[in-house]
Write a protein that binds this ligand. Structure first.
Ligand code: F6P
Length: 545
């Protein structure tokens, strides 16, 4: 089905023409109950979406669009394990990774919940052993540092969640994350580590990813070179993967492998065994809370009516801006330094999922799809790029994320009042974006006339505010699941497969082909385009080849 050909889409196009002329100032003036009407709660998250360029009618029309796209049916199909990843013929079951032990769910005749909890139990036992000092390195010393080697979903989820939950992490266990095949990444990570007390977690769904295996081989060479014994690998390397054959071929014992399944997409995998480094940092109990938070948001998404459903509302608002206002980007602005990697994490989640231009059946889409996600924590962003959001020519919907209570249990003297100041900035920004400041207001302050146009704040810039009491493992899990389902809602409306990623394959193939042209004594550059051939030739010259 082409969603743009439906009467629901046409109704929204018509409605947009009227709403686009309306200012948020007027919408708020006209309805004192607006904030309450456009605030929804799901698990422990509160979403205030009143500062969006919508009316009650807009939300009704968007919800009708969701029904026309079959959102409720597709949601049920996802939770039931149907093969909704059509181009790879796979189930999409990240929700099963956080389902309680008692849940019954068989997929392709296999009890997936049993499988999930069997791995979680093994991860938990391993985590306890490492954290208690029972698991010893090859020379009999306890583990003091964990290095996760992985890329994409096998890195971004663990590192983002670890950074977010540092307050809950063991401070005497150093955590490092190596992803880039740029040798500086591994080098910097290992510089001050002692091989005898370092544990590597090699995380790769496929265990064929060039960057990860290259880094893992280099790490193994570093370890074996220092401990002078190949046997050391068994005490210092564990693997997280779906590919037991490749793990064993690398030299990691199957007993030290934690598995997951093809129905877990890489960018949806932080709650699978890919979360092992996170579990090592925060412990199995906190990891269980993290999963429970995700499950709470899953239940909300599956059960709440569309009109009160946080991921549905947020996903539909994104559709509204991308497809009717022509917005190209979406800013994510966490007011929590702990969430500083959230925008990077969301870039993979949203853009690898919804960066598609054909429908599930291969026909071209007729609407714009996935927007560009980006962002930085506030207040830093305020002193960098917010200027463009406030006064530039582009419409950039923003998500502001904040917490009532500061995290740090070990508070530093002098920081007591800082959190209030911090949050005052969040509230002030959403208000300035929505309501701005008129030329009349600025002139009335005695501003010289020639400066008035420069100081006008147009306002009418939309934002959501997501609030929770505190950034706990559960709340982080809720936030992640929230964004997973927002991504799903958008993909469903657009009729695309949000769970494949064919677009990254060509680059991988070409990099493999190009490798030898950089190092061979006499390479054949004739097959390369003239630009690439010239760049390769210059690189070789500078490398003295
Ligand atoms: O970039 C493509 C991709 O397949 C991502 O989807 C994935 O998260 C990443 O590579 C890493 O893959 P793997 O976990 O198999 O090493």
């Amino acid at each position: 089905m082409d969603i743009a050909a439906t009467p629901e889409w046409a109704a929204l196009t018509q409605h947009h023409a009227a709403v686009a002329r309306t200012h948020l100032r007027d919408l708020f003036d006209d309805d004192p109950g607006r904030a309450a009407a456009f605030t929804a709660t799901g698990a422990d998250l509160v979403l205030d979406y009143s500062k969006h360029r919508i009316t009650g009618e807009t939300m009704g029309l968007l919800t009708a669009l969701a029904r026309a796209a079959g959102l409720p049916e597709r949601t049920d199909a996802m939770f039931a394990g149907e093969h909704i990843n059509t181009s790879e013929d796979r189930a999409v079951l990240h929700t099963a990774l956080r389902a309680p032990r008692a849940t019954a769910l068989a997929v392709d005749a296999q009890d997936v919940i049993d499988d999930v909890h069997e791995v979680l139990d093994r991860m938990g036992a391993f985590t306890d052993a490492v954290r208690s000092g029972e698991w010893l390195g090859h020379t009999g010393q306890r583990i003091r540092a964990v290095v996760n080697i992985g890329i994409g979903g096998s890195d971004l989820g663990p590192v983002m969640a670890y950074e977010a939950l540092r307050d809950f992490a063991r401070r005497d266990l150093q955590m490092r994350f190596v992803s880039n095949v740029d040798p500086t990444d591994l080098t910097e990570a290992l510089l001050d580590l002692d091989p005898a007390t370092t544990l590597f977690v090699v995380s790769s769904k496929t265990f064929t990813t060039q960057e990860t295996l290259t880094n893992a081989r280099a790490a193994r060479a570093w370890l074996v070179g220092a401990l002078h014994d190949e046997a050391a690998v068994a005490r210092h390397f564990v693997a997280v993967s779906t590919n037991a054959t490749e793990v064993e071929a690398f030299g990691i014992d199957a007993a030290n492998m934690f598995g997951f399944w093809d129905w877990v997409g890489g960018r949806y995998s932080v709650d699978s065994a890919i979360g092992l480094s996170l579990m090592l940092a925060i412990g199995r109990e906190r990891f269980a809370e993290f999963l429970a938070g995700m499950h709470a948001m899953d239940r909300h998404f599956r059960d709440a009516p569309l009109e009160q459903n946080l991921p549905v509302i947020a996903g539909l608002l994104n559709i509204w801006y991308v497809d009717f206002f022509g917005a190209e980007t979406h800013a994510v602005l966490p007011y929590s330094q702990y969430l500083h990697r959230l925008p990077a994490y969301l870039q993979q989640l949203t853009m690898e999922s919804n960066g598609k231009s054909v429908h599930e059946d291969g026909t071209p889409v007729t609407t714009m799809t996935g927007e560009i996600f980006w962002g930085e924590p506030g207040t830093n962003g305020q002193h960098a790029f917010y200027q463009l959001i406030h006064q530039g020519t582009r419409l950039i919907p923003c998500d502001f994320i904040g917490f009532a209570e500061p995290n740090h249990v070990r508070s530093v003297e002098g920081t007591t009042d800082m959190h209030d100041l911090f949050m005052a900035n969040l509230f002030a920004q959403t208000s300035a974006l929505a309501f701005g400041k008129t030329a009349e207001e600025i002139a009335a302050e005695g501003t010289p006339p020639e400066l008035v146009p420069h100081k006008v704040m147009p306002g009418n810039r939309p934002s959501s505010t997501i609030l929770a009491r505190r950034l706990t493992p559960s709340v982080l899990g809720q936030l992640i699941a929230f964004y997973e389902h927002v991504t799903f809602v958008q993909g469903t409306i657009w009729g695309i497969d949000s769970f494949d990623q064919w677009g990254v394959e060509l680059g991988k193939v070409l990099a493999r082909q190009l490798g030898p042209t950089l190092t061979d004594p006499s390479p054949d550059l004739s097959a390369l385009d003239s630009s690439t051939a010239a760049l390769v030739a210059r690189y070789r010259e500078w490398r003295g080849r």
